[in-house]
Design a protein around this ligand. Structure first.
Ligand code: GDP
Ligand code: IMO
Ligand code: MG
Length: 427
């Protein structure tokens, strides 16, 4: 029975939250398996708009069990703020499960994220400043604090002291900041322990049992292919595995339990933060995409960089993620553009690349090779069948499908929950 991974294909903000919400009514579990509160997933239900950062989008659907997997980095202050905000809007959050092996983001991670970015100057990544990179660095360095450590005071103190030792040298001697004490971190974390305890469990086992019983489990990625720590535009990436492989490692289930991998592709492209972006537009077309698509970050409010759709990226994501389906989002935003360029390959210093260039230096020089498709001017937000779309919009979708390496199973035509054309069933 289906384990379904939902992954972003570009540089994030493709509409993963909406896609998860679409499947949630037929789902038993929704699992966040990577990242932390760097994510911002917007879900629009009727007149209500929800912006989720740390919590999986499935939490909005009654009956769904939301899970924060071991691959996530958890900022407890944000967790409880988000839970309280949802509760005050009448959302039942009582079913939330959290892996005992998930890592904790502390104040020193947030501080280090900000000071290292400042020190990088022109080379800064443009992180969300939420402490994500430093928390994952501690995990890999074996200096991390896990959720389970909060329930053993002496271990917790030892771990905080161990983690702070080298960091305080760095903070005071390199970054000219004050030292952080073990007590302040300990007290900060302690205040959440009692509330946290009932949510924590062996989520790997719970998810395994659910899948064995034939329940539907959706694994919802944060970020996206091009921000993946291994496959993205390193070093301008996030610090986790955002691809479908991460769904298994980050939630403790076997890769063979993932039956479908749904890639979310925006009809054009956006990026927040620094790094190469071959189809980026610096002209009025870029401004048009930003204003029509409301392309401002859900987490930091930063204006998103905008550009045309890039099928080289989608082909790459199809291959690395093993995409079985694509949900194409925000097709409505392209309405009214007379001719729509789509990138089919790159030109790097005179050489054509149909696939991603091997070296990052080449990628920085990649110039898009475009094919131009005729646009449409009819309002498509009411379309619910593929045949309802103007012929040029149909041709645009077919073109992307042909060049993307996976079938397009649903098409978003508006932010509302029902503004979607379903071409193939996803569950
Ligand atoms: P995520 O991070 O991948 O979940 O995406 P975000 O929520 O950060 O950004 C996607 C934005 O587009 C949100 O504001 C959604 O409400 C909105 N959205 C999603 N699908 C569509 C669509 O098909 N059309 C339009 N116009 N907006 C959409
Ligand atoms: P969702 O899940 C878009 C970007 C940041 C920065 C880089 C590293 O909403 O698609 P980090 O704070 O993770 O160390 O920042 O990654 N970034 C995102 N961009 N959408 C996101 O999440 C992002 N999460 C991180 O802007 O360039
Ligand atoms: Mg987002």
């Amino acid at each position: 029975m289906p384990g379904i991974a939902i992954v972003g294909v570009q540089w994030g903000d493709e509409g993963k939250g909406k896609a998860t919400d679409l499947l949630a009514s037929r789902t038993d579990y929704v699992v966040k398996f990577n990242g932390g509160n760097n994510a911002g997933h917007t879900v629009v239900i009727g007149d209500e708009k929800y912006a989720l950062h740390l919590l999986p989008s499935g939490i909005l659907t009654p009956g769904v069990i939301p899970v924060i997997g071991n691959g996530v980095v958890v900022d407890l202050e944000v967790l409880f703020e988000e839970l309280t905000a949802l509760q005050s809007r009448g959302v039942d959050t009582s079913k939330l499960r959290i892996s005992a092996n998930a890592h904790i983001i502390t104040n020193y991670h947030r501080t280090l994220d900000k000071v290292t970015e400042r020190f990088l100057g022109k080379r800064s990544i443009g992180t969300t400043g939420r402490g994500i990179g430093p928390a994952y660095a501690d995990k890999v360095n074996r200096l991390g604090i896990r959720v389970q450590d909060l329930f053993d005071e002496s271990i917790l103190r030892q771990k905080i002291e161990g983690a702070l030792e080298a960091k305080n040298h760095m903070l005071t001697k390199v970054y000219n900041r004050r030292a952080i004490t073990c007590d302040e971190i300990f007290d900060d974390l302690q205040q959440y322990v009692d509330q946290l305890r009932p949510m924590v469990g062996d989520t790997s086992l719970e998810l395994h049992d659910a899948l064995e019983e034939g329940k539907n489990v959706v694994f919802e990625a944060g970020q996206a292919m091009m921000l993946d720590i291994d496959y993205g535009t390193y070093p301008f990436v996030t610090s986790s595995t955002t691809t479908s492989a991460g769904a298994a490692a980050g939630s403790g289930i076997a890769p063979s339990k993932i039956d479908r991998v749904v890639g979310i592709v925006k009809a054009y492209t956006t990026r927040v933060g620094s790094g190469p972006f071959p189809t980026e537009l610096h002209d009025e077309w870029g401004d048009l995409l930003r204003s029509n698509g409301f392309e401002f970050g859900t987490t930091t409010g930063r204006p998103r960089r905008t550009g045309w759709n890039d099928t080289v990226i989608t082909r790459y994501a199809s291959r690395v993620n093993g995409l079985t389906d694509i949900v194409l989002t925000k097709l409505d935003v392209l309405t009214g553009i007379e001719r729509i360029p789509v990138c089919v390959a790159y030109d790097v210093d005179g050489e054509r690349f149909d696939e991603m260039p091997l070296s990052q230096s080449d990628y920085h020089h990649a110039k898009p090779i475009y094919e131009e498709l005729p646009g449409w001017s009819e309002d498509i937000t009411g379309a619910r069948e593929f045949a309802d779309l103007p012929v040029n919009a149909q041709a645009y979708v077919r073109f992307l499908e042909e060049y993307s390496g996976s079938r397009i199973s649903a098409i978003g035509v508006g932010a509302a929950r029902d503004a979607i054309i379903q071409v193939h069933d996803l569950i």
